[in-house]
Design a binder for this molecule. Structure first.
Ligand code: 5BU
Length: 488
C-alpha cells in the first residue's frame, strides 16, 4: 500500500494523481457492460483500502455540497461505492444519513430507505462518478417514493457525458468536485498520460454523450435496447389508433392519447371493496386496469358491474389477466362461463401460446362478436421463465396470423415494428430490483424509451404505496415522459 500523504495539504491535483496511482482510474481498452469499448475505466470501490483517500474524497464532496442553494437535513450515498463516502461525511459533519436498499428482498414488508426521517425532509444524494445520471436518479426516486425531497446531488467525478443535464431535467442540481477533462489535464501535466491517450479519451467522451431525458446514447452503439429508436419509425398514439382495425386496440390508443397515460394498474387486492376503492382513486391516471378476479375472496357479479361503471367514469379499459393455457374447447368455456364470465366484462384478456393456435381460436369464438381482444404472453418478467428465443418469435407469428382478435403482447421489449400491435410490460417500478419470489423490476424509462414497449403494468408499486393515487400520478408522468423521449 502506498505511504499515507499529508491529508491537510492534499490538493485536488494530488488527489487525482493518488486516484490514478491506486488504479481507481485506469486507461487502456475496457469492455463496458453495454458492450462498448471504453479507453477509460473508473472504479472508486478500491478507495476503501486507502483511508486517507477516502477521507479526502469525502471532504471534497462536503465542500462541493456547500454550493447547494437548498438546505438539506440528511445525506444518502448511492449504493454501494458512495456508502462509505456518505458515512465519512456524516460522521465528520454530524449530518444524519439515510441508506437506500438496493435489493428489496421481502418486498412490501421491508423499508426501502433505512434511517429516521420526516415526511418532506430534504436529502442530499452523494455519488462517486456520474455518467448518464441514472444511478443518482434511481436513488433520488427511491427517496422521493418515501416522501423525501431531493434537489441536489454531489459527485466526485462528472464524466461529462450528459448526466448533469439529465438530472437537471429531473429537477436535481449536480455539484461535481472534478470533471473528466480536468482529470485528464492533471494527468497530462504530471506526465502520467501521453497526448494520444488523452485524445482517445476526449474523442470517446464526445462520441458517447447521453441525451437528457431519454437516456439514449447518441451514437447508439453496443446496447441492443438503445437501438430501438433508430431502428424504426416511432408513431404517436393518435396515428397508431388510426392504423388499427381492431376496435379494442383503437380505443385503447385513443385513451392513451387523450389521457396522456400509458399506465396500466394491476389491481391485485383480495377484496372487491378494496379493488373498487383503489380503482376509483387511480382511475384518472390509467389507460387500463388489470385484474386477477380469481384472487378475490368475495367475488360476485356485482363487482364487474361496478368496475365497468368505473371504467366509464374514468375512461379506461379492463384487462383480466387470466392467462388461458388450455386446448381451444376448454378455454372457450373458461372464458364465457363459470362464475366469472370474463368475456362479458373484460375488454382484454391474455393467453399463453404454449397450447398452439387452438387457444386463440377457442377464445376468438367467444370474444370476437363481443368486441373483445386478446394479448399473447410472449415474454415474462420472472427469473428463469422459459418464454424466450424461438418461443417468443413463434408467439409473435401467431399474433400476426390472428390480428383480428390478438392486439399485442405481454413482453419485456418491443417484438415487432407493426404499429397496430401493443406491447405491455409487467415488472415495473420506479427503481430496479426484485421481489423475494423471482419477480424482476425495471423502470418506466427502461421499458418505454430503451426497450420500445408501449404500456407499463404496475402492481405493488402503486397498491402498496402510502398514497396510491399519488404513486399512480408519478408512474403516469414517468411513463408518458419516457414515451415523449422517443421523439427527441
Ligand atoms: P407487481 O406487483 O408490479 O409485481 O405486479 C405485476 C402484475 O403483472 C401481477 O399481476 C402479475 O401477475 C402480472 N405479470 C407479471 O408480473 N409478469 C408477467 O410476466 C406476467 C404477468 Br405475463
Amino acid at each position: 500500500m502506498a505511504a499515507p500523504m499529508n491529508n491537510m495539504r492534499m490538493s485536488l491535483e494530488d488527489l487525482i494523481i493518488r486516484l490514478y496511482d491506486v488504479q481507481a482510474v485506469k486507461f487502456g481498452t475496457f469492455k463496458l457492460k453495454s458492450g462498448i469499448e471504453s479507453p477509460v475505466y473508473i472504479d472508486l470501490r478500491v478507495i476503501v483500502s486507502y483511508p486517507e483517500i477516502l477521507v479526502r474524497v469525502s471532504e471534497y464532496l462536503w465542500d462541493a455540497s456547500q454550493n447547494c442553494s437548498n438546505n438539506f437535513k440528511s445525506l444518502c450515498g448511492v449504493p454501494y461505492t458512495a456508502l462509505p463516502l456518505a458515512t465519512c461525511i456524516a460522521t465528520k459533519h454530524h449530518m444524519p444519513m439515510l441508506i437506500r436498499r438496493k435489493e428489496a428482498k421481502d418486498y412490501g414488508t421491508k423499508r426501502m430507505i433505512e434511517g429516521h426521517y420526516e415526511p418532506g425532509e430534504r436529502c442530499l444524494v452523494v455519488e462517486d462518478v456520474v455518467t448518464s445520471g441514472s444511478s443518482v436518479l434511481e436513488t433520488a426516486q427511491a427517496l422521493k417514493t418515501a416522501d423525501i425531497d431531493v434537489r441536489d446531488a454531489v459527485v466526485l467525478l462528472d464524466r461529462e457525458q450528459g448526466g448533469a443535464q439529465m438530472l437537471k431535467s429531473e429537477g436535481i442540481h449536480l455539484h461535481s468536485v472534478c470533471t473528466l477533462s480536468k482529470m485528464l489535464d492533471v494527468l497530462q501535466t504530471s506526465e502520467r498520460l501521453s497526448g494520444p491517450d488523452i485524445e482517445r479519451v476526449r474523442e470517446f467522451i464526445a462520441e458517447n454523450k447521453f441525451n437528457a431525458m431519454s437516456g439514449i446514447k447518441r451514437n447508439g452503439s453496443g446496447d441492443t435496447h438503445c437501438s430501438h429508436k433508430k431502428a424504426k419509425k416511432v408513431h404517436n398514439y393518435a396515428d397508431r389508433a388510426s392504423l388499427c382495425t381492431n376496435p379494442v386496440s383503437k380505443q385503447l390508443l385513443q385513451i392513451m392519447e387523450t389521457k396522456k397515460s400509458n399506465l396500466a394498474v394491476s389491481a391485485d387486492l383480495t377484496s372487491c371493496g378494496e379493488v373498487l376503492e383503489l380503482v376509483n382513486r387511480v382511475g384518472p391516471h390509467v389507460c387500463l386496469v388489470k385484474t386477477h378476479v380469481d384472487i378475490l375472496e368475495d367475488f360476485t357479479p356485482e363487482f364487474t358491474k361496478r368496475l365497468t361503471e368505473l371504467a366509464q367514469k374514468h375512461n379506461f379499459l379492463i384487462f383480466e389477466d387470466r392467462k388461458f393455457a388450455d386446448i381451444g374447447s376448454t378455454v372457450l368455456n373458461q372464458y364465457s362461463g363459470g362464475m366469472y364470465r370474463i368475456s362479458d366484462w373484460a375488454n382484454i384478456t391474455n393467453a399463453h401460446s404454449v397450447p398452439g393456435e387452438g387457444v386463440i381460436q377457442g377464445l376468438k369464438q367467444v370474444g370476437l362478436s363481443k368486441n373483445r381482444a386478446c394479448v399473447l404472453i410472449a415474454e415474462m418478467s420472472s427469473t428463469g421463465n422459459l418464454a424466450k428465443g424461438d418461443y417468443s418469435s413463434a408467439t409473435v407469428k401467431m399474433a400476426e396470423e390472428h390480428s383480428d382478435f390478438v392486439i399485442g403482447f405481454i413482453c419485456q421489449s418491443r417484438l415487432t415494428s407493426d404499429p397496430s400491435l401493443l406491447h405491455m410490460t409487467p415488472g415495473v417500478q420506479l427503481t430496479e430490483g426484485q421481489d423475494s419470489l423471482g419477480q424482476n423490476y425495471i423502470t418506466p424509462t427502461e421499458v418505454i424509451t430503451n426497450r420500445g414497449s408501449d404500456i407499463i403494468i404496475v402492481g405493488r408499486g402503486i397498491t402498496k404505496a402510502t398514497d396510491p393515487a399519488e404513486a399512480a400520478r408519478q408512474y403516469q408522468e414517468a411513463g408518458y415522459r419516457a414515451y415523449l423521449a422517443q421523439f427527441e
